[in-house]
Design a protein around this ligand. Structure first.
Ligand SMILES: CC(C)(COP(=O)(O)OP(=O)(O)OC[C@H]1O[C@@H](n2cnc3c(N)ncnc32)[C@H](O)[C@@H]1OP(=O)(O)O)[C@@H](O)C(=O)NCCC(=O)NCCS
Length: 140
């Protein structure tokens, strides 16, 4: 199989976004496509993976380009999992924000996610030990 093209991209067509987010079952996004389009367009940095022109992966980040970088939505089409595409997407984001010290992300509590992010140098807050870090999130 061809190698995926990993590159920053702006203006990813909404139809392609819906297909990709739908393929991984992220219905909270696909049920509100307008919000999905707005979220991707408003991100600080969007990197995509394309195979023969087809959108097969995406990662996006929010950052002040100085002190913090929040990674949001790393997704790869199930047809092409475990071929290094997810890793390449995150590495592209990490490279873009290599001068930023604090990199943060929130993800599902599943073994695959833990293995994936640990393989990229992220550590879970619980592994920092008691009295070090605490994470909070609020959903409205
Ligand atoms: C998580 C996800 C992005 C990984 O993408 P991917 O392209 O399949 O991952 P890669 O091939 O780059 O994997 C890199 C490493 O992560 C780990 N990993 C990835 N998927 C894994 C799985 N299902 N089980 C265990 N380890 C896994 C492995 O260490 C892997 O290296 P290896 O294949 O050499 O063993 C993909 O499974 C996905 O899109 N899932 C649905 C959306 C999601 O949950 N995203 C993450 C939350 S934002």
């Amino acid at each position: 199989m061809d190698e995926a093209v990993i590159a920053p991209e702006t203006d990813v067509p909404l139809g392609e976004l819906r297909q990709l987010y739908g393929a991984v079952g992220w219905t909270a996004y696909t049920e509100n496509p307008e919000l999905l389009g707005k979220g991707v367009a408003g991100s600080s940095y969007v990197v995509t993976a394309r195979l023969g022109g087809r959108l097969v992966g995406l990662a996006r980040a929010m950052s002040d380009d100085a002190t913090v970088c929040y990674l949001q939505d790393v997704l790869v089409h199930p047809d092409v999992h475990r071929r290094g595409i997810g890793r390449a997407l995150v590495r592209a984001v990490l490279d873009r924000y290599r001068t930023v010290r604090q990199k943060v992300l929130l993800t599902d509590d599943e073994p695959a996610q833990r293995a994936f992010y640990e393989s990229l140098g992220y550590a879970e807050i619980r592994d920092f030990g008691p009295g070090t870090l605490r994470a909070f999130v609020r959903y409205d």
